[in-house]
Design a protein around this ligand. Structure first.
Ligand SMILES: [Zn+2]
Length: 228
C-alpha cells in the first residue's frame, strides 16, 4: 500500500483529503482508509445508514481497501489495546505513508486518534511481539485537517484538487445524515462552508480547489520542478 489514511470517524478522510485520495488512486497509487470507529450514534445517523454512506463515498473516490477498527466512538482512548490493533493494520497493509488527524482539535476522538497513529507507527516496527505480520515502519506521517476548532492553520503543503473536486463533492454528499439532514438550510449551509474551504485553499495556491496538510518533520522533494 502507498498511503493509509487513518480516520477517527467515517467522513473525516473524505472531508479533509477526499480530493487527494481520488487523485492518487487515479494516478495508480494504492490508497486505503482505516476508520477507527463507526462514528455512531449521531442525531440523524445509525450504524446501517452510516455504513451505506461510507460505502457510497468510497465508491465515489475509487477506494477499494477500507476497514473499520471497531474502536469506541465518542470515547476513543489511546490505550495499549487500541495501539496494538492499529499497529497490526499497519504491519499487514505496509503503507509507505500514514495520514493522521492534525494534532490540535476540540474533538477528543481526533486528538486520541493522532496519538494512536503516532504510537502505532512506532510499535509496528518492533520485533519479538505478538502483533500480526512482520515489523514495518512507514516512512512518514502527514496530518490532514478535519478539525472541530476554528483555527487559522498554517499548512506545510496544499495539494491542487481542482480536477478531483467533483469526486470529493460526491463523497461528501454521500454523508447526508451528517451534513444535510436536519441542518439549517439558510446559506451559508454546512455544505456551502465545505465548498468555501476547498476554494480558500485553492486560492492560496492559485488554483480552483485545494487540500492542506501539515507535517512535524521537513518535507522532501525530488526536484523543485515538483512545486507548482
Ligand atoms: Zn471526526
Amino acid at each position: 500500500m502507498d498511503m493509509l489514511v487513518i480516520a477517527p470517524h467515517p467522513d473525516d478522510a473524505e472531508l479533509s483529503m477526499g480530493g487527494t485520495i481520488a487523485k492518487m488512486i487515479a494516478a495508480g497509487w494504492d490508497v486505503g482508509i482505516l476508520d477507527l470507529t463507526t462514528g455512531e450514534p449521531t442525531p440523524h445517523g445509525s450504524e446501517s445508514i452510516r455504513a451505506a454512506e461510507t460505502a457510497a463515498a468510497s465508491e465515489a473516490l475509487g477506494v477499494r481497501w477500507r476497514k473499520n477498527a471497531g474502536l469506541p466512538n465518542r470515547s476513543l482512548q489511546p490505550t495499549l489495546e487500541a495501539r496494538a490493533i492499529i499497529a497490526g493494520y499497519i504491519r499487514q497493509t505496509r503503507p509507505r505513508w500514514l495520514f493522521a488527524p492534525y494534532w490540535e482539535d476540540a474533538h477528543p476522538d481526533h486528538v486520541a486518534a493522532t496519538e494512536l497513529v503516532e504510537a502505532a507507527r512506532f510499535w509496528a516496527k518492533l520485533s519479538k511481539t505478538d502483533l500480526p505480520g512482520e515489523p514495518y515502519h512507514p516512512e512518514r506521517i502527514y496530518y490532514y485537517f478535519s478539525i472541530h476548532l476554528r483555527l487559522a492553520v498554517q499548512p506545510a503543503v496544499i495539494v491542487d484538487i481542482s480536477d478531483e473536486w467533483e469526486k470529493k463533492w460526491e463523497a461528501i454528499n454521500a454523508y447526508e445524515s451528517q451534513f444535510i439532514t436536519g441542518r439549517p438550510t439558510e446559506p451559508p449551509t454546512l455544505m456551502d462552508r465545505f465548498r468555501d474551504d476547498g476554494a480558500h485553499w485553492g486560492r492560496l495556491i492559485n488554483r480552483k480547489y485545494g487540500e492542506p496538510f501539515a507535517t512535524r518533520e521537513p518535507l522532501a522533494v525530488d526536484s523543485l520542478r515538483d512545486f507548482l
